[in-house]
Write a protein that binds this ligand. Structure first.
Ligand code: ZN
Length: 88
């Protein structure tokens, strides 16, 4: 099974939290959308981040606290690193 370079995902990861918060330009969003069409790894990441954000929105806070967002990103980065190690 050939897997695409995780570096692509890592680069996008940096923008995912802003993607969730709708802070990206349309062009940046399209780039992530296009990538996710092929990458189930990032699809899952976005789904899990969106789920976290939805929980906070329902709880009444408009934006995810920076601390929570940092933790979510850290978890995603760990996932990526683990995938990278096992794919070698
Ligand atoms: Zn990806």
């Amino acid at each position: 099974m050939t897997s695409r370079p995780p570096a692509t995902c890592l680069a996008l990861l940096d923008q995912l939290s802003r993607y969730i918060d709708h802070e990206l330009t349309p062009r940046q969003r399209r780039k992530i959308d296009a990538h996710c069409r092929d990458c189930t790894r990032c699809q899952r990441m976005i789904a899990s981040l969106e789920h976290t954000v939805a929980l906070y929105r329902r709880a009444g806070s408009a934006t995810m606290p920076a601390r929570v967002r940092a933790r979510a990103r850290e978890r995603v980065a760990q996932l990526l690193r683990r995938r990278e190690r096992t794919s070698r």
